[in-house]
Design a protein around this ligand. Structure first.
Ligand SMILES: [Zn+2]
Length: 402
């Protein structure tokens, strides 16, 4: 279940203490990634699984929840839509799709950043085998298609029918929204032309009367959301679905093809896990398997305020996996993740860095690409895939052994 947790969390304690500076943080994370897996773990599970959150996409111009300019800090009245509201209310859906119609342009125009590319490089270097993300922006898939991320909360690139579960590309859906809502389309084009949607400064956006929130949501005060129209599922329109009670569903549209409130089926929703919605069991199980098959967990740019993310870290902790967390500001229940840690350990058993991933991850990758001598030099993945590291590990991390 995806549940928002809007409190600002208490600030963290840096672990080890030397990780307060950028070089110190890089050194600690190097220790973490190079360390052999816990003694009781199979060597096959030596590599690290990464769990990412909204903070990783801030450098791409997208909003997060609790960062310096996060929605819960600059837009205190923000309240995301809940799944049950979306399903129950035509008015709520009009409001959601109107805001999403405006937000999609920014999301579509944004691109993965150096943080996503650093995650890609950690995979190529053999340190990371799996990525789990809470983000719905598809940036991991674009940055490293060879190591696809498990998308815990789904993705905005598609819509899904709540009756027949067919998925449709968001791009075509956007064109339908523009066709059904010509005045909104004019407003959107004007906003793009004036640059109102282009600025990355949330304060400037607010000055222009626009608020950007996570998940491609744009808020325009006083906007007539109630006039907004959205299309019905084409498959259900052609062949009405069977409802949960066995009755035939009714899917009706107006003269232009907009979903009519006389319908009781064929409603499209974004292919994201909305707040209050359960994560599909196959996704949940795949995420648990990724944790169970890993030797360490590296958490990036998330406060793990959603339970679905926090419970994965809890699972890692319960299974004895060392955990490293890089996030500006506090993380939900983080004291428990580092309880009992030797204060003098250099990072091999746990790291907590109160820093943005933007500069840190590329610096970490740069250091990991340098030759490292000694038996512990090769990344766990190199041992895994049988790369010969008997030559002292020199240059071993330059090999693409995937
Ligand atoms: Zn359908």
């Amino acid at each position: 279940m995806r549940i928002p947790y809007t409190d600002i969390l208490p600030p963290p304690t840096t672990i080890p203490a030397t990780a307060r500076s950028l070089p110190g943080a890089v050194a600690a994370l190097q220790e973490f990634l190079h360390a052999p897996p816990p003694r009781d773990r199979d060597v096959r599970s030596a590599s690290t699984v990464i769990l990412t959150g909204a903070g990783l996409s801030v450098a791409s111009g997208l909003a997060d929840y609790r960062g310096t300019n996060g929605t819960y800090r600059v837009n205190k009245t923000y309240r995301p839509i809940y799944h049950h509201e979306f399903l129950a209310s035509h008015e709520a859906r009009k409001r959601y799709w109107a805001r999403s119609f405006l937000g999609w342009t920014t999301l579509r125009g944004a691109a993965p950043n150096a943080g996503h590319r650093a995650v890609r490089d950690l995979g190529r270097l053999g340190f990371v085998s799996r990525v789990i993300t809470q983000n719905v922006d598809s940036f991991h898939a674009r940055a490293h298609p060879e190591m696809p991320a498990l998308e815990l909360h789904g993705y905005l690139r598609s819509t899904v029918c709540t009756s027949c579960r067919n998925e449709y590309p968001r791009e075509g859906f956007q064109a339908e929204l523009a066709r059904l809502n010509p005045l909104w389309d004019v407003f959107l084009r004007d906003a793009i032309t004036s640059g109102a949607l282009a600025t990355e400064d949330p304060h400037e956006k607010r000055a222009r009367g626009i608020r950007m929130n996570p998940d491609g949501d744009v808020e325009v005060p006083e906007a007539p959301y109630t006039t907004f129209r959205y299309p019905a599922c084409p498959a259900c329109l052609g062949s009405p679905p069977t409802l949960a009670d066995g009755a035939r569903g009714k899917v009706e549209v107006d003269n232009d093809g907009a979903w009519s409130p006389t319908s009781n089926a064929g409603i499209l929703k974004p292919a994201v896990v909305m707040f209050g919605e359960s994560i599909a069991s196959r996704v949940k199980e795949a995420a648990e398997e990724a944790i169970d098959g890993a030797g360490k967990l590296l958490v990036l740019a998330t406060s793990m305020a959603t339970y679905s993310a926090w419970r994965l870290a809890k699972r890692a902790k319960d299974r004895g996996l060392p955990i490293a967390i890089v996030n500006i500001g506090g993380v939900r229940g983080e004291d428990a993740f580092f309880a009992g840690l030797d204060p003098d350990q250099p990072g091999s058993r746990g790291v907590r860095v109160d820093m943005s991933t933007d500069g840190l991850l590329p610096a970490l990758v740069h250091e990991l690409q340098q030759p490292r001598f000694g038996a512990a030099g090769a990344p766990p993945g190199a041992v895994l895939s049988g790369v010969d590291n008997t030559a002292g590990g020199k240059n071993i991390v330059h090999q693409d052994h995937r």
